[in-house]
Design a binder for this molecule. Structure first.
Ligand SMILES: NC(=O)c1ccc[n+]([C@@H]2O[C@H](COP(=O)([O-])OP(=O)(O)OC[C@H]3O[C@@H](n4cnc5c(N)ncnc54)[C@H](OP(=O)(O)O)[C@@H]3O)[C@@H](O)[C@H]2O)c1
Length: 323
C-alpha cells in the first residue's frame, strides 16, 4: 500500500509534486511575456486537473519569474490557492557584485527571501518552506528562531530541507520546536547513489559513493517526506535522444519502453512507478512544462511494478550486477 508521509500534515497532498522550475520563460530577461503566462496557466491547470495539489518553487527559479508567473495566475484566480499545498525554497544566492554563487542561511537572507517569495506568489503564507542546499556557515539556533517567528507570524506552516544528509537534518532539527516535514533529493534511475550506497558496501566501486548512508532511513523513521527531484531524468529514459549517453542509460531507456508497452502505459509512468515502488513513500517532483507529459506522468498511479521488474530496471541503470 502506497503511503505518503506528507499526508500526515496535508490530507489533500498528492502522490506527485508539480515542479515549477521550468515556468517563467527566459531567466536572462527580467520580463514575463504573454507566452510565459499562457504556459504557466496551461501547466498548472493540467496538473490540477490530473489531481496534483503540491506545487514546488524556489526563489531562484528563472530568477524569481517562476514564482511571479505563478503568483500572477493566483491573482487572476485566487480560488486556486486553497486547493494547493504550496512550497518554496531559499538559501541559494546567485553571483553578484558582493560575491560568487553561494549559499546563505543567515536569518537576514532567509527573511529577505521569504518576503520576496510571498509577494511574488501573491499569497500570505507558504505551506512548506525548504532550505535549498546545505550552507556550511549555517548557525542552527538563529535559523530555528527565525522558523519559529515565521510560523508565529502565519507566514509558513511547515519547514523542510533539500539536498541534506541525515546528520545535517538531525543537527538542525535538534534546535527546532517543530518537525522537518520534507527532504528533497535527486532520486532517479540515473542518479542512483541513494540506493547504491546501501548495496555496494565493501566493493571496489563502493568507495567513492557520495550519498550519505542512513539519510533514507532517518527520513522514514522521522516521517519526513522524501521528494525526488530530477525524477524524469530530464527525459533521458522517456524519449529524449540518448545516443551519446552511457550504455546503461540507453539500455534502461529501452527497458522502460518495453515495460511501458507491457503495462499499456506511458514511459513516464514506468520511471515514476519505479520510484514509488520503494517503500519510503517517495513523492516524485515532475519538472515538465507540457500538459501532455503531465498527463503521461499521472498514469503512474495505475502501475505497480513487480519486484522482478523493479530489479530489472535497477540493475540496468546501475550498469553493474548486484553483488
Ligand atoms: N531541490 C533541488 O535542488 C532541485 C534541483 C532541481 C530541480 N528541482 C525541482 O524538481 C523539479 C524537476 O526537476 P528537473 O526539471 O531537473 O527534472 P525532471 O522532472 O527529471 O525533468 C524535466 C525536464 O526534462 C524535460 N523532459 C522530460 N521528458 C522529456 C522528453 N521525453 N524529451 C525531452 N525533454 C524531456 C522537460 O522538458 P519539457 O518541459 O519540455 O517537458 C523538463 O525540462 C523542478 O521543477 C524543481 O521543482 C529541485
Amino acid at each position: 500500500m502506497y503511503s505518503l508521509p506528507l499526508s500526515y500534515y496535508f490530507n489533500n497532498a498528492s502522490a506527485l509534486v508539480y515542479g515549477c522550475m521550468g515556468l517563467g520563460g527566459d531567466g536572462a530577461s527580467p520580463l514575463l511575456t504573454a507566452a510565459d503566462h499562457q504556459q504557466a496557466e496551461a501547466a498548472v491547470e493540467a496538473a490540477l486537473d490530473a489531481g496534483i495539489t503540491v506545487f514546488d518553487h524556489a526563489d531562484i527559479y528563472t530568477r524569481g519569474k517562476a514564482e511571479a508567473v505563478f503568483g500572477a495566475l493566483l491573482k487572476r484566480r485566487p480560488e486556486l490557492r486553497e486547493r494547493m499545498v504550496l512550497q518554496s525554497k531559499c538559501g541559494i544566492r546567485f553571483a553578484d557584485e558582493q560575491g560568487p554563487q553561494r549559499f546563505d542561511f543567515s536569518p537576514e537572507w532567509i527573511r529577505h527571501s521569504i518576503e520576496g517569495t510571498l509577494q511574488r506568489l501573491n499569497t500570505d503564507y507558504l505551506d512548506i518552506y525548504l532550505l535549498h542546499r546545505p550552507d556550511p556557515l549555517m548557525e542552527a539556533e538563529p535559523v530555528a528562531e527565525l522558523f519559529q517567528a515565521l510560523q508565529d507570524e502565519g507566514k509558513v506552516r511547515h519547514f523542510g530541507v533539500s539536498n541534506m544528509q541525515q546528520h545535517q537534518m538531525r543537527f538542525l532539527r535538534s534546535f527546532m520546536n517543530t518537525p522537518l516535514v520534507a527532504n528533497q533529493l535527486e532520486l532517479s534511475l540515473t542518479a542512483l547513489d541513494w540506493l547504491n550506497h546501501g548495496v555496494d558496501t565493501n566493493t571496489p566501486w563502493g568507495a567513492d559513493l557520495t550519498f550519505n548512508a542512513g539519510t533514507l532511513e532517518y527520513c522514514r523513521l522521522q516521517g519526513i517526506q522524501l521528494q525526488a527531484w530530477g525524477c524524469l531524468s530530464q527525459g533521458r529514459l522517456t524519449g529524449r535522444d540518448v545516443s551519446g549517453e552511457p550504455e546503461s542509460v540507453q539500455k534502461t531507456a529501452q527497458l522502460v519502453t518495453q515495460l511501458a508497452e507491457q503495462h499499456g502505459t506511458s514511459r513516464e509512468a514506468i520511471v515514476l512507478a519505479w520510484l514509488q515502488r520503494h517503500p519510503a513513500g517517495i513523492q516524485p517532483v515532475i519538472g515538465t512544462t507540457r500538459p501532455e507529459r503531465i498527463a503521461a506522468c499521472v498514469q503512474c498511479s495505475e502501475v505497480t511494478l513487480s519486484r522482478e521488474e523493479w530489479y530489472q530496471l535497477f540493475v540496468a541503470a546501475r550498469g553493474v550486477r548486484m553483488p
